[in-house]
Write a protein that binds this ligand. Structure first.
Ligand code: KIV
Ligand code: NA
Length: 263
Protein backbone atom coordinates (compact mmCIF):
# COMPACT_ATOMS: atom_id res chain seq x y z
CA UNK A 1 0.00 0.00 0.00
CA UNK A 2 1.58 3.30 -1.12
CA UNK A 3 1.09 6.55 0.78
CA UNK A 4 -2.67 7.16 1.01
CA UNK A 5 -3.99 10.61 0.14
CA UNK A 6 -7.42 12.08 -0.30
CA UNK A 7 -7.16 11.36 -4.06
CA UNK A 8 -6.72 7.65 -3.29
CA UNK A 9 -9.97 7.73 -1.31
CA UNK A 10 -11.82 9.70 -4.02
CA UNK A 11 -10.71 7.11 -6.60
CA UNK A 12 -11.87 4.28 -4.35
CA UNK A 13 -15.30 5.88 -4.02
CA UNK A 14 -15.49 6.31 -7.79
CA UNK A 15 -14.61 2.67 -8.42
CA UNK A 16 -16.85 1.37 -5.64
CA UNK A 17 -13.98 -0.07 -3.58
CA UNK A 18 -14.69 0.15 0.15
CA UNK A 19 -11.98 1.61 2.35
CA UNK A 20 -11.35 1.21 6.04
CA UNK A 21 -10.67 3.43 9.03
CA UNK A 22 -9.64 2.23 12.48
CA UNK A 23 -8.92 4.39 15.50
CA UNK A 24 -5.44 4.36 17.01
CA UNK A 25 -3.94 6.40 19.80
CA UNK A 26 -0.29 5.32 19.89
CA UNK A 27 2.63 4.38 17.65
CA UNK A 28 2.46 0.59 17.96
CA UNK A 29 -1.22 0.29 17.18
CA UNK A 30 -1.04 2.81 14.37
CA UNK A 31 1.65 0.67 12.73
CA UNK A 32 -0.50 -2.46 13.14
CA UNK A 33 -3.58 -0.70 11.75
CA UNK A 34 -1.69 0.59 8.72
CA UNK A 35 0.03 -2.76 8.11
CA UNK A 36 -3.39 -4.45 8.29
CA UNK A 37 -4.38 -2.39 5.25
CA UNK A 38 -6.62 0.31 6.76
CA UNK A 39 -6.33 3.27 4.41
CA UNK A 40 -7.11 5.75 7.18
CA UNK A 41 -6.37 6.02 10.89
CA UNK A 42 -8.53 8.14 13.16
CA UNK A 43 -6.98 9.60 16.28
CA UNK A 44 -10.44 9.76 17.81
CA UNK A 45 -11.46 11.75 20.84
CA UNK A 46 -12.99 8.39 21.79
CA UNK A 47 -9.64 8.19 23.62
CA UNK A 48 -11.43 10.10 26.40
CA UNK A 49 -13.49 6.97 26.94
CA UNK A 50 -11.26 4.03 25.96
CA UNK A 51 -7.93 5.38 27.27
CA UNK A 52 -8.90 7.89 29.94
CA UNK A 53 -11.99 6.13 31.33
CA UNK A 54 -14.41 9.06 31.09
CA UNK A 55 -18.04 8.40 30.23
CA UNK A 56 -18.00 10.85 27.32
CA UNK A 57 -15.52 12.60 25.01
CA UNK A 58 -16.19 16.00 26.57
CA UNK A 59 -13.14 16.12 28.92
CA UNK A 60 -10.64 15.63 26.05
CA UNK A 61 -8.39 18.64 25.35
CA UNK A 62 -6.38 19.78 22.35
CA UNK A 63 -3.20 18.95 24.34
CA UNK A 64 -4.35 15.33 24.66
CA UNK A 65 -5.15 15.15 20.94
CA UNK A 66 -1.84 16.73 20.01
CA UNK A 67 0.11 14.21 22.10
CA UNK A 68 -1.73 11.15 20.74
CA UNK A 69 -1.56 12.46 17.16
CA UNK A 70 2.22 12.77 17.50
CA UNK A 71 2.43 9.20 18.84
CA UNK A 72 0.25 7.81 16.04
CA UNK A 73 2.12 9.66 13.30
CA UNK A 74 5.49 8.32 14.48
CA UNK A 75 4.25 4.74 14.09
CA UNK A 76 2.22 5.10 10.91
CA UNK A 77 3.93 3.97 7.69
CA UNK A 78 1.41 5.08 5.04
CA UNK A 79 -2.19 5.53 6.11
CA UNK A 80 -3.93 8.90 6.08
CA UNK A 81 -4.19 10.23 9.63
CA UNK A 82 -7.29 12.14 10.71
CA UNK A 83 -7.28 13.82 14.14
CA UNK A 84 -10.41 14.75 16.05
CA UNK A 85 -10.88 18.34 17.16
CA UNK A 86 -12.11 18.03 20.78
CA UNK A 87 -15.23 19.52 22.36
CA UNK A 88 -15.43 23.34 22.14
CA UNK A 89 -12.08 23.76 20.39
CA UNK A 90 -13.79 24.83 17.15
CA UNK A 91 -16.71 26.89 18.44
CA UNK A 92 -15.75 29.70 16.05
CA UNK A 93 -13.54 29.83 12.93
CA UNK A 94 -10.64 31.63 14.63
CA UNK A 95 -10.45 29.12 17.45
CA UNK A 96 -10.77 26.27 14.92
CA UNK A 97 -7.84 27.61 12.87
CA UNK A 98 -5.58 27.88 15.93
CA UNK A 99 -6.41 24.40 17.22
CA UNK A 100 -6.44 22.67 13.81
CA UNK A 101 -2.96 24.11 13.21
CA UNK A 102 -1.73 22.34 16.33
CA UNK A 103 -3.09 18.97 15.18
CA UNK A 104 -1.69 19.40 11.66
CA UNK A 105 1.72 20.32 13.12
CA UNK A 106 1.45 17.22 15.32
CA UNK A 107 1.38 15.25 12.04
CA UNK A 108 -2.29 14.82 11.11
CA UNK A 109 -3.25 15.09 7.44
CA UNK A 110 -6.86 16.08 8.17
CA UNK A 111 -8.97 17.22 11.12
CA UNK A 112 -12.46 16.04 12.04
CA UNK A 113 -15.23 18.15 13.55
CA UNK A 114 -18.77 17.29 14.63
CA UNK A 115 -21.51 19.42 13.14
CA UNK A 116 -23.40 20.52 10.05
CA UNK A 117 -24.57 23.84 8.67
CA UNK A 118 -23.15 25.94 11.51
CA UNK A 119 -19.65 24.62 10.64
CA UNK A 120 -19.69 25.68 6.97
CA UNK A 121 -17.80 28.91 7.48
CA UNK A 122 -15.18 27.17 9.64
CA UNK A 123 -14.76 24.38 7.10
CA UNK A 124 -14.25 26.75 4.18
CA UNK A 125 -11.76 28.88 6.14
CA UNK A 126 -9.69 25.81 7.11
CA UNK A 127 -9.80 24.34 3.60
CA UNK A 128 -8.78 27.66 2.00
CA UNK A 129 -5.74 27.69 4.27
CA UNK A 130 -4.69 24.13 3.48
CA UNK A 131 -6.31 22.09 6.24
CA UNK A 132 -8.51 19.28 4.89
CA UNK A 133 -11.64 18.58 6.91
CA UNK A 134 -13.69 15.49 7.71
CA UNK A 135 -17.15 16.36 9.05
CA UNK A 136 -19.18 14.14 11.41
CA UNK A 137 -22.99 13.97 11.47
CA UNK A 138 -25.73 11.83 12.99
CA UNK A 139 -24.85 10.80 16.53
CA UNK A 140 -22.24 13.40 17.41
CA UNK A 141 -20.87 12.24 20.77
CA UNK A 142 -19.62 15.68 21.86
CA UNK A 143 -23.32 16.70 21.95
CA UNK A 144 -24.37 13.74 24.10
CA UNK A 145 -25.89 16.06 26.72
CA UNK A 146 -27.90 17.97 24.14
CA UNK A 147 -29.01 14.76 22.41
CA UNK A 148 -30.16 13.17 25.67
CA UNK A 149 -27.84 10.16 25.44
CA UNK A 150 -26.00 8.06 22.85
CA UNK A 151 -29.02 7.42 20.62
CA UNK A 152 -29.71 6.65 16.99
CA UNK A 153 -30.34 9.84 14.99
CA UNK A 154 -32.29 10.57 11.82
CA UNK A 155 -35.21 8.25 12.46
CA UNK A 156 -37.95 10.85 11.85
CA UNK A 157 -38.41 12.31 8.35
CA UNK A 158 -37.63 15.78 9.74
CA UNK A 159 -34.33 14.65 11.32
CA UNK A 160 -33.39 12.67 8.22
CA UNK A 161 -33.99 15.69 6.00
CA UNK A 162 -31.87 17.89 8.20
CA UNK A 163 -28.94 15.41 8.24
CA UNK A 164 -29.04 15.19 4.43
CA UNK A 165 -29.15 19.00 4.13
CA UNK A 166 -26.20 19.29 6.53
CA UNK A 167 -24.24 16.73 4.52
CA UNK A 168 -24.76 18.63 1.26
CA UNK A 169 -23.83 21.91 2.91
CA UNK A 170 -20.58 20.65 4.44
CA UNK A 171 -19.59 19.17 1.08
CA UNK A 172 -20.28 22.54 -0.58
CA UNK A 173 -18.19 24.22 2.13
CA UNK A 174 -15.24 22.06 1.08
CA UNK A 175 -15.15 19.06 3.42
CA UNK A 176 -13.14 16.12 2.02
CA UNK A 177 -14.79 13.32 3.99
CA UNK A 178 -17.89 12.76 6.09
CA UNK A 179 -18.44 10.38 9.03
CA UNK A 180 -22.05 9.29 9.61
CA UNK A 181 -22.63 7.73 13.03
CA UNK A 182 -25.67 5.74 14.20
CA UNK A 183 -28.27 6.59 11.61
CA UNK A 184 -30.64 4.30 9.70
CA UNK A 185 -28.95 2.43 6.85
CA UNK A 186 -31.29 3.76 4.16
CA UNK A 187 -30.45 7.36 5.10
CA UNK A 188 -26.69 6.70 5.10
CA UNK A 189 -26.94 4.97 1.72
CA UNK A 190 -28.92 7.86 0.28
CA UNK A 191 -26.38 10.42 1.55
CA UNK A 192 -23.42 8.36 0.26
CA UNK A 193 -25.02 8.18 -3.18
CA UNK A 194 -25.86 11.89 -3.28
CA UNK A 195 -22.44 13.14 -2.18
CA UNK A 196 -19.28 13.20 -4.29
CA UNK A 197 -17.03 13.02 -1.23
CA UNK A 198 -16.40 9.64 0.44
CA UNK A 199 -18.67 8.82 3.39
CA UNK A 200 -17.40 6.70 6.30
CA UNK A 201 -20.07 4.94 8.35
CA UNK A 202 -20.24 3.64 11.91
CA UNK A 203 -23.55 2.10 12.85
CA UNK A 204 -24.83 3.42 9.53
CA UNK A 205 -25.22 0.20 7.54
CA UNK A 206 -23.36 -1.25 4.58
CA UNK A 207 -24.18 1.42 2.00
CA UNK A 208 -21.45 3.93 2.90
CA UNK A 209 -18.12 4.18 1.04
CA UNK A 210 -16.09 3.11 4.07
CA UNK A 211 -16.43 1.84 7.64
CA UNK A 212 -14.81 2.94 10.88
CA UNK A 213 -14.70 1.24 14.26
CA UNK A 214 -13.05 2.13 17.53
CA UNK A 215 -10.08 -0.26 17.92
CA UNK A 216 -11.08 -1.39 21.43
CA UNK A 217 -14.58 -2.28 20.19
CA UNK A 218 -13.42 -4.37 17.25
CA UNK A 219 -10.91 -6.17 19.48
CA UNK A 220 -13.73 -7.09 21.86
CA UNK A 221 -12.23 -5.13 24.77
CA UNK A 222 -15.11 -2.77 25.50
CA UNK A 223 -17.47 -3.41 28.40
CA UNK A 224 -20.67 -2.32 26.72
CA UNK A 225 -20.70 -2.38 23.00
CA UNK A 226 -23.33 -1.09 20.63
CA UNK A 227 -25.41 -3.15 18.21
CA UNK A 228 -23.14 -2.27 15.27
CA UNK A 229 -19.95 -3.63 16.88
CA UNK A 230 -18.51 -6.98 15.88
CA UNK A 231 -15.75 -8.60 17.93
CA UNK A 232 -13.12 -9.42 15.29
CA UNK A 233 -10.89 -11.22 17.82
CA UNK A 234 -13.34 -14.12 17.67
CA UNK A 235 -11.67 -16.93 15.74
CA UNK A 236 -8.32 -15.08 15.64
CA UNK A 237 -5.14 -15.65 17.63
CA UNK A 238 -3.47 -12.28 17.28
CA UNK A 239 -4.41 -8.62 17.23
CA UNK A 240 -2.80 -8.38 13.79
CA UNK A 241 -5.09 -11.05 12.37
CA UNK A 242 -8.18 -9.48 14.00
CA UNK A 243 -7.36 -6.12 12.40
CA UNK A 244 -6.82 -7.86 9.04
CA UNK A 245 -10.15 -9.70 9.46
CA UNK A 246 -11.97 -6.39 9.95
CA UNK A 247 -10.30 -4.85 6.89
CA UNK A 248 -11.10 -7.93 4.80
CA UNK A 249 -14.73 -8.08 5.99
CA UNK A 250 -15.37 -4.44 5.07
CA UNK A 251 -13.75 -4.80 1.66
CA UNK A 252 -15.70 -8.00 0.94
CA UNK A 253 -18.99 -6.40 2.00
CA UNK A 254 -19.28 -8.89 4.88
CA UNK A 255 -19.36 -6.23 7.59
CA UNK A 256 -21.65 -4.63 8.61
CA UNK A 257 -24.51 -7.14 8.30
CA UNK A 258 -28.22 -6.62 9.01
CA UNK A 259 -27.79 -7.47 12.67
CA UNK A 260 -25.36 -4.49 13.00
CA UNK A 261 -27.71 -2.07 11.29
CA UNK A 262 -30.39 0.39 12.45
CA UNK A 263 -33.62 0.74 10.49
O1 KIV B 1 -13.68 9.41 18.32
C1 KIV B 1 -13.92 8.47 17.53
O2 KIV B 1 -13.40 7.36 17.64
C2 KIV B 1 -14.87 8.74 16.43
C3 KIV B 1 -15.33 7.57 15.62
C4 KIV B 1 -16.21 6.70 16.41
C5 KIV B 1 -15.95 7.99 14.34
O3 KIV B 1 -15.23 9.88 16.23
NA1 NA C 1 -14.71 11.36 17.80
Amino acid sequence: MGKITISTLDKMKASGDKFVCITAYDATFSRLVSEAGAETILVGDSLGMVLQGHDSTIPVTVEHMEYHTQCVCRGNPNSLVIADMPFMTYANPKQAMTNATRLMQAGAQMVKMEGGTWLSDTISKLVERGIPVCAHLGLTPQSVNALGGFRVQGRTPKEAKSILADAVEIQDAGASLLVLECIPAHLATDISEKLDIPVIGIGAGAGTDAQVLVMHDLLGLSQHSARFVQNFMEGQNTIQSALQAFVAAVKAGEYPRDEHTYL
